[in-house]
Each structure stands twice: as C-alpha cells, then as structure tokens.
Ligand binder design. Structure first.
Ligand SMILES: [Zn+2]
Length: 298
C-alpha cells in the first residue's frame, strides 16, 4: 500500500486574481489519485510544525516576524504572497507534510507528499513562494534515525535549490544535488554539492542523461543512506516559468529512474511534487501524476 501525505489546507489559500501560483493543483492531484482507485486509507494528514522547533534551526527573528505578519513589504514581495494567517498555517502544515513523509519513507521504503519542495527558503528569509525549507527539515528529521548518517537531497525542479544548498552548506550529513535551468530563477545561484545548469530548450535525451550522471556521481561520492527527491514538473515543455523542453514521457522516465535506483540500492526515498506552473490545472495535475505512476501508486 502506498504511503501518501496530504492535507486539504495545501489547496486553501486566498490569492489575488491571476496570481500565478496554482493553488488548486494539490487538491487536484488528490482527486486524480482517488479517481485512479487509490484508497483513501493511503493518505496521512500532517499537523502544523511547532514554531519553537523550527526556530532552533532557522533565524528565530525571521520565524517570529513571518508567523506574526511583521515582515516588511520588501520581504513579503520576495516571497511572492500577500501575508495572511492562512498562509502561515498552510506553510507550517506543508513543511510538516514533508517531515512526515520522510518518517514514512524510513519506515516503509518510500513515501510521497502531495506538496513540498520549498527550496528557495533560507534560514533568515523566504523567496520564490517558499518560506520554510521543508526539504532541509525532512533531511534533519531523517538524520535523527540511528541508521541514517547521510541524506541526499536530489532536486530536479527547474529552479536551483538555492535555499537548501545554503542551509546544508556547513552540514556534512546533508548533500545537495540540483539539476536546473541555468537561465531560470534564482539568477544568483548558490553552490550545491553538485550543480547541473541546463541550457534553455534542453530536451528529454540530454535531460535524462544529466539526471543519470548526477545520480551516479551523488551515489559514488556521497554514499547516502536515504534520499529526499524534489520532482518538480516546471521542467515541462508547457510550463509557464521553466525554460526546458521536457515532455510528459520525459518526466515519467526521470521519476521512474530515481525510484528504480533507490529500490536497487535499498535507499528509502521521500518524494515531494515540487514546482509546476501551467495555468491549465488539469494539464498540470496530469504532469504531476507521473511521479505517482512512477512510484507504483497506481
Ligand atoms: Zn520550481
């Protein structure tokens, strides 16, 4: 039975008309999975993260100001959402979802969160729709386990995992790999343990060859005990933000490769859906569904 993490709040956020964040997609993915006859018993519901717990990892002043609505306008503009209580509840629940997913992955081998991949969140500021870095928190959560000494964050979203790279820079137990569009946001990149910047218009063959190369290098150099996988679909050819030309079949092949490798090497994997910004929600949900197909959820 698959182990999936979802909360209705993932899709609950009042945004200005024409805001480019596709808030409906999370519920859309859940509904599409139910239509594929995935049992509702497979879904786990996270509870909000405790603010005191994350303040030990992040800058406490940033967390305090974020949660109480005291960040200045410039800081909120960088995040890209208007502040609301709902935004904070959603953020803390979404990040908790990835932490829960990482625990389920250790217990069952693999687990998937129907949100996650808030990789532009730094210790003391948010950016690009990201406020709390769930990937890094999940990595730290996995490291609490006796059997886990090293965690690999394998980030295939079209945007560089800059916040994760910076948070993990001085942590020898968390390794970051980012495969992204070189011309995509963020324009000032951070240094991951391994970075692969792809040119505009890169297609399936080169993309998949890069994913395989990145994976082999990561396994050889870092020898991780567990994997956190950001399966962003903003690499897709129809994405409104991504500059790559990856087909739906290419996305499926990428995700199948990652799950197959983890299974072969006996590595627990916690996957998150990552970014994806087509305005056509049904089309977007279909691309995100490839991750669940690759994981054998349906
Ligand atoms: Zn992205």
């Amino acid at each position: 039975m698959p182990h999936l993490v979802f909360h209705p709040i993932y899709s609950q956020l009042d945004l200005p008309v024409r805001h480019r964040f596709p808030i409906q997609k999370y519920q859309g993915i859940k509904d599409a999975l139910l239509r594929e006859n995935v049992s509702s018993d497979c879904f786990y519901e996270p509870e909000q993260l405790n603010i005191n717990a994350i303040s030990r990892i992040y800058d406490p002043l940033y967390i305090k100001q974020l949660c109480s609505g005291e960040l200045d306008q410039k800081a909120m503009r960088r995040i890209g959402f208007p502040w609301s209580k709902q935004l904070i509840e959603r953020t803390l629940t979404a990040a908790a979802g990835t932490v829960l997913t990482s625990s389920l992955a250790l217990e069952h081998g693999k687990a998937l969160n129907l949100t996650g991949g808030y990789h532009h969140a730094f210790a003391n500021f948010g950016s690009g729709f990201c406020m709390v870095n769930d990937l890094y928190l999940a990595a730290l959560n996995m490291l609490q386990s006796k059997s886990i000494d090293k965690v690999l964050v394998f980030d295939c979203d079209v945007h560089q995992g800059d916040g994760t790279a910076k948070l993990a820079a001085n942590n020898n137990a968390v390794y970051t790999v980012s495969i992204h569009g070189e011309k995509n946001f963020p324009h000032r990149k951070q240094v991951s343990d391994l970075d692969f910047g792809l040119a505009k218009g890169t297609g399936d063959d080169e993309f998949l060859a890069t994913v395989e190369q990145a994976w082999q290098m990561a396994i050889t150099y870092f020898q991780p005990d567990a994997v956190i996988y950001d399966a962003g679909v903003d690499v897709h050819i129809d994405d409104d933000l991504g500059h790559l030309n990856i087909t739906t079949e290419g996305v499926l092949a990428r995700d199948q490769f990652v799950f197959a490798q983890c299974e072969k090497q006996g590595l627990p994997i916690a996957a998150v859906i990552g970014g994806g910004y087509q305005r056509d929600i049904d089309a977007l949900v279909n691309v995100h569904m490839q991750l669940f197909k690759a994981a054998g959820v349906f």
